[in-house]
Design a protein around this ligand. Structure first.
Ligand code: 13P
Length: 271
């Protein structure tokens, strides 16, 4: 694996040059061996040229730790964790701190994924503390927001998504929009094969953009990357990633096969 500083040095200013992000969330898949084999195969793909595409993979903690020493992760792939503790250190059995994640060379961390909000039951306050702690450890939080189908049908998208942003980002001051990424993942589109329509994505991303500007100021709120997630695959990614409000994708199922993930990266380069 490349040195930590080598990876971090190109983590900056993703919005200014219309960079697209292709982020793979492996969820609870892949053993250490499978993770290593994945990157050996991915390394044979054509690396993204120039600065147009940023690739981030979020393995499970165990694989993340093992990958730090394996040398199989291509230098053009950044790594992130799927979760993080809300505390810095101490008697919190089973938790993994931001500093521990940083020590693997990881640069990003998912916060508030809908599976953690809705299945594990993480509270808004807990997510806020995770986000603050991550920023303090110089990890880039990828804050996931999104409404359930019930909430959408009840006309509550703004109430829900703005509420998620408000709590997670309360009292947060950034000096650069590149310190944060937001992922809009409508819960009803995750793992269902039903992706949001382009109109639904544009509408939600515009609302999120306006709200980020209100919360973080126009310049910084305007430069935070906003990703779409939910049943993204090679067949629909060109049309989604090509939307002006979309800065990339957070991809679950289709990121698990190196060949499909390499296809998604190639598509992001072309839009
Ligand atoms: P799928 O791409 O499998 O729908 O998952 C999306 C997701 O949850 C990414 O975080």
């Amino acid at each position: 694996m490349k040195s930590d500083s080598g990876r971090v040095s190109h983590v900056s200013r993703q919005k200014e040059n219309n960079m697209k992000m292709v982020a793979g969330n492996w969820k609870m898949f892949k053993t250490v061996e499978e993770a290593r084999a994945y990157f050996v195969e991915l390394a044979t793909a054509t690396p993204p040229q120039g600065d147009k595409v940023r690739v981030i993979v979020f393995p499970n903690y165990i694989a993340l730790g093992a990958l730090a020493t394996t040398g199989s992760v291509p230098a053009w792939v950044l790594l992130g964790a799927q979760d993080v503790a809300a505390e810095v250190e101490g008697a919190f059995t089973g938790e993994v701190s931001p500093a521990m994640i940083r020590s693997t060379g990881a640069t990003h961390v998912l916060i508030g994924h809908s599976e953690r909000r809705h299945i594990i039951g993480e509270s808004a306050d807990l997510l806020h503390r995770k986000l603050i702690n991550s920023l303090q450890a110089s990890l880039i939080p990828v804050l996931c927001v999104g409404e359930t189908l019930e909430e959408r049908n009840a006309g509550k998208i703004e109430e829900v998504v703005f509420g998620q942003l408000d709590t997670a980002l309360s009292d947060v001051q950034l000096c650069d929009g590149a310190q944060l990424v937001v992922a809009y993942e409508p819960v009803w589109a995750i793992g269902t094969g039903v992706n949001a329509t382009n109109e639904q994505i544009e509408e939600a991303h515009h609302l999120i953009r306006q709200h980020l500007k209100q919360l973080l100021g126009t310049a910084i709120g305007g430069s935070v990357a906003i990703l779409y997630g939910g049943s993204v695959k090679p067949a629909n990614f060109a049309s989604i990633a090509g939307l002006p409000s979309v800065d990339g994708g957070l991809i679950g199922g289709a990121s698990l096969k190196p060949s499909a993930f390499a296809e998604l990266i190639a598509i992001a380069e072309q839009v």
